[in-house]
Design a protein around this ligand. Structure first.
Ligand code: SF4
Length: 98
């Protein structure tokens, strides 16, 4: 079971999520993604989260074991500024990749 959250402040309405997992995501008339359900067993939600150009979708598998503290230290930071820099954009930039 996957728990899904959309950060509406990041969503720019590209619609990739609704294309990939239409049973879970839909686009509102204002162009923001809306969750039909906050949980799903459909692995397409993982694909949708990975495809979101804004990184607005979070998916957590319920019952998954959280990473050990040592694992966290060895991973690259997931802070938005660093992610933006990794994509060649300045921190705070929310423009889509071309
Ligand atoms: S893919 Fe991301 S940016 Fe696009 S509509 Fe869905 S949540 Fe919003």
């Amino acid at each position: 079971m996957f728990r899904i959250v959309i950060d509406g402040s990041l969503c720019s309405g590209f619609g990739d999520c609704a294309d990939l997992a239409p049973d879970v995501f839909e686009l509102e008339p204002n162009g923001k993604a809306l969750l039909r359900f906050g949980t799903s067993v459909d692995p397409a939600v993982l694909e949708a989260a990975a495809a979101c150009p804004m990184g607005a979708i979070s998916v957590v598998e319920e019952g998954a074991t959280p990473p050990l503290p040592r694992d966290r230290e060895s991973r690259p930071s997931r802070e938005p500024g660093n992610a933006a820099l990794a994509r060649g954009r300045p921190p705070g930039s929310h423009t889509a990749d071309p």
